[in-house]
Ligand binder design. Sequence first.
Ligand code: SIN
Length: 537
Amino acid sequence: MSSDYLVIGAGVAGLSFALRAARHGSVTVLMKGNAYESNTAWAQGGIAAVLPDNLCFAGDSVESHVADTLDAGAGLCHEAAVRTIASEGATTIRDLMSYGVVFDKAGERFQLGKEGGHSYRRVLHTRDTTGLEVARALIETARNTPNITLLEHHFAIDLITTSKLGAVADDRVLGAYVLDARTNEVSVFRSDRVVLAAGGCGKVYLYTTNPDSATGDGVALAWRAGASIANMEFIQFHPTCFYNPSATGPEARSFLVSEAVRGEGGILINGKGEDFTKSSDPRGSLAPRDIVARAIDRELKRTGADCVYLDITHKPKGFMRERFPYIYENLLKYGLDSETQPIPVVPAAHYQCGGVVTDVKGRTGISGLYAIGEVACTGLHGANRLASNSLLEGNVMARLAMDDMLRRFAPGKQPPAPPAIPEWEPGNTAEPDELVVIYHNWDEIRRLMWDYVSIVRTDNRLRRAAARLRNLGKEVREFYWGHRVNADILELRNLVTAASLIVDCAVRRKESRGLHYTLDHPLTQERFCHDTVLRKF
Ligand code: SIN
C-alpha cells in the first residue's frame, strides 16, 4: 500500500487533515476500530471559538480567549501557539460547517455555551452531542471523497523511519507496519508524509470518560520511532463522570456529564447538599477543571463518600430534556431523572494535555512525521487544557500542518529514494495462548495508575508506579516478541508505554502545577516553569 499521505486516526484532527490533503494527492486513513470510535465522537461540550462581533457576546475577544487559555495552563502554555489557535475560531467554524456540521442557533445567532475557566459564553455546540455531529459530517464527507481511502480495523504497529532502517544521517518517516485486525495480516503502508492523529490515553486509568480505543497508541508509536514527548504528567481529570456502581459495560461506566451543565447553572454539592467548591476557588463549580477535580477528591476523602452530586434541579422543568437530551435520556435509562434528582458524579481521566512535541505547524523532530490533535503537545494546553479548546485545536492544526507539508513535501517534490523496507517478519512466534496474561496486565496497569498516579500524587506512589511499570513493560515486551501480534497485544504494549511516559514525566516535576498535584511538593516553583521533555536518543 502506498499513498501521498498516511493518516493514523480519524477524529476531528485526522479527518480535517485528510479532507484537505485529498485536494493534493491520495490519502489513506487508518482507524483501529470503526470510524466512530474516537474521543471526538464522544465529545459533548463543544468548540470554543470567538466569532465576529455581531455573533458573539459583548466584551468577548480573541484576547480574552487567549487570556483564559493561559490562565488555565498555569504558566506552561506557549503563548504563540495559543494566539495562533485562538485566532482561528471563526475559520474553524466555517470550515466545519462547509462539511455539513450544524451548530445550535437561536434565531440567526449561534447559541453559545459556557464552561469552566471561560470568561464569556463562547462554546458552539450541537445540543450535547457536538463531537458526534462533527464526526458524522467529517466521516460522511470523507467517505464521499474519491482520493480518500478509509480503512477501519487497521492498527498501526510501528512507524518505519530511515533511522530504524540504519540510515542515521537524515531521520525521516517512510510509513508504517499495519495490522489488519480482522485477518491478523501485517502489511507495509508506504508514505513520505505521515500524520499521527491517534488521540489520547484515557484507558491508562481505571476510570475514564474515553472510549476503549484511547490506549495511547499515537504517543507510543512516536516514542518508539524516536520523537520527543512532553508534559505527559498533565492528565486532565474531568470532574463529572456519572457515578454508577451497578454499571457493567464500559460505556455506562464512562458516561460523561458535560461541563456545559455547570455552565448552565449546575452546582456541585456533597451528600448534605452543601456547595463545597467555593472554598477552593471563588468561581466554584465553574473554576478550571484541575481545581474542581481536586476539590471533589478532597471532599470524597474528607467525608468518606463514594461520590458527590451535580444539581441542576432548580432549572425549569424541560430544561435538561431540551438543552441536554443525550445526557437526560441516558441518565433516565439508568433510573435517574436529572430534572428532579441530583446526579451522582466522580472525576475520571479525560484528556492528555501533553504528547508528541510539535511546533505550531504540527512538525515533530522526524522529517515528514506530523502530530496533530490530542496526541500532540503544541503548547496550547500547558499544564491544564481549557474546556472545549481541543476540537478547535484539532481542526486548526490540521490546516496548519497541511499548509506546511505543501510547502515542504508537495507530491512531486520527491525525497531521495528510501532504503528497501523489509516485509514484516513474524519470525517463529507462537499464537498467543495465554490471553489471561494480557487481561491481567491490562487491569493491573489501569488500577495502579488510578491508585498511584491520578489526581493527587506523592513521590512514594510515583516511585512504586515506576518500579511496577518497569516489570510490566518487561513482561509485555517478552509477550510481544514471543507471540504473533494481535490488536490486544498491541494495545497492551502501547498502554504500558503511555503509562510509563506519564510516570517518567511526573517524577521529574517536583512541584505542583495545573493538573500535576503532589503532596510532597505542594507549591508551584519558578524553576519548574518549563515543559518536561523526554528524549529517547
Ligand atoms: C465536556 O463536555 O464537559 C467536555 C468538554 C471538553 O472536554 O472540552
